[in-house]
Design a protein around this ligand. Structure first.
Ligand SMILES: [Zn+2]
Length: 250
């Protein structure tokens, strides 16, 4: 399984980072976690989808830095199956399909509401439980510590992805068993009083308690200019840490 980070920023894209998107490839199947602005790389770097027959798009929640990339879908019509899996009922209390329509329907982008499942995606699924998505095993946990809940996600039991959450110890048993943890670090420092987001030291605490092998910090704030500060804050608690950068292969 090939894993590549397509977007490692949070909130807004910068010259350095697109927003949230993680790419997994297994033969003719690609799965992405989140469709932030980094999702556009599937259009601008065609190699990523060469020979791909099924694209599975799994959303952690609906905030725009995780969904704005869905505007790129009309550029991916060469992939026969383009399916969105979204936790509408779990994190927003509304059906996934309605929420995806709300994002893309007229007057925002599509010319006609039917375009969403004709031109953009070939299907929109309600993501509500652990299961297989193509050849990928996807596990999920609702993270309540954000404005609106979000999902922590795990792929093939190997890689856990926890973003858009304040420090949440309940993620430790969920992450346990995964070798790699992608965890948000919106702020440097050992802790933060931001009730929506985590500091690098808090990401490191989760990685250490869950006995991960590797921690990659993602969803970095565009306001952070000194990334070494993020690493230093985390390294005190978990040595094998780095800041994710767009294009990094894991
Ligand atoms: Zn976000």
């Amino acid at each position: 399984m090939l894993v590549r980070l397509l977007g490692t920023g949070g909130w807004m894209p910068t010259d350095r980072r697109e927003t949230a998107c993680v790419y997994f490839r297994d033969g003719a199947d690609v799965l992405v976690l989140d469709a932030g602005s980094g999702f556009r790389r599937l259009v601008t770097d065609p190699e990523l989808l060469a020979g791909v027959e099924r694209l599975h798009i799994v959303l952690s929640h609906f905030h725009l830095d995780h969904t704005a990339g869905l505007v790129c879908l009309p550029g991916l019509k060469h992939v026969p199956a383009r399916e969105v899996w979204a936790p509408g009922r779990l994190v927003a209390g509304e059906p996934a399909e309605e929420l995806v329509h709300r994002l893309l329907d007229p007057p925002f982008l599509a010319g006609d509401p039917g375009d969403v499942t004709r031109i953009f995606a070939t299907a929109v699924h309600e993501l509500s439980r652990d299961g297989e998505i193509g050849p990928f095993q996807v596990e999920l946990r609702v993270q309540p510590l954000h404005n609106g809940s979000t999902l922590a996600l795990k792929v093939n039991g190997e890689l856990a992805y926890c973003t858009d959450t304040a420090y949440d110890e309940e993620n430790v048993p969920f992450v346990r068993g995964a070798r790699t943890l992608l965890h948000e670090a919106f702020w440097p420092g050992d802790s933060t009083d931001d009730v929506q987001h985590s500091a690098a030291g808090e990401a490191a605490r989760i990685a250490a308690a869950a006995e991960a092998e590797r921690l990659v910090l993602v969803h970095v704030s565009p306001l952070i200019l000194d990334e070494e500060e993020l690493v230093a804050s985390a390294r005190a608690r978990f040595p094998n840490v780095e800041v994710g950068r767009d294009g990094l292969e894991l």
